[in-house]
Design a protein around this ligand. Structure first.
Ligand SMILES: [Zn+2]
Length: 123
C-alpha cells in the first residue's frame, strides 16, 4: 500500500461480497514515514474492473469502522490459526514413503490448503 512511500500492510481483511462488488480486500497499515494510519479498500466490480479507495488518518479509521461488520476473516487471524489448529476446511490425503532401517514405512497424512498437516496412520 502507499502513502509517503510504498509499504506492506499490517493486516488485510477479507470482506463479504455485496450487490456490486466481489473479492473485497481492506488493507490497513501505518505509514513508516509520517506514522499515519492508512486504509485501502480494493474491490472488484462484476464487470471485471476494480475500484480502489485509499484514506489516511481519521478517514482511514472511518473506513475501517464502516466495513467492520463485513469482515469475514483477516490474514493475521488466518496465520494465527495456522499454528494453532489441525487441518480444517477442504482436506486432501498425502502418502509419504519413509525408509526405516530395511523397511519402507508409509505415512499417511491429512492436509489442508493452509499448511496444516496431521498424521493419520503409518504402516
Ligand atoms: Zn505518510
Amino acid at each position: 500500500m502507499r502513502h509517503c512511500c510504498q509499504f506492506r500492510p499490517d493486516d488485510i481483511y477479507y470482506l463479504q461480497d455485496n450487490d456490486n462488488y466481489s473479492s473485497r480486500k481492506l488493507s490497513i497499515g501505518f505509514c513508516p514515514i509520517c506514522g499515519k494510519p492508512v486504509a485501502e479498500l480494493i474491490q472488484w466490480r462484476f464487470d471485471g474492473k476494480f475500484d480502489r479507495d485509499c484514506f489516511s488518518g481519521i478517514k482511514a479509521n472511518d473506513l475501517m469502522l464502516k466495513h467492520k461488520n463485513e469482515i469475514v476473516y483477516s490474514i493475521k487471524e488466518l496465520n494465527y490459526s495456522r499454528f494453532k489448529s489441525r487441518p480444517f476446511g477442504w482436506k486432501y490425503g498425502i502418502n509419504k514413503n519413509v525408509k526405516s532401517g530395511r523397511k519402507d514405512l508409509v505415512k499417511q497424512y491429512a492436509a489442508d490448503f493452509y499448511g496444516n498437516k496431521e498424521l493419520i496412520k503409518s504402516y
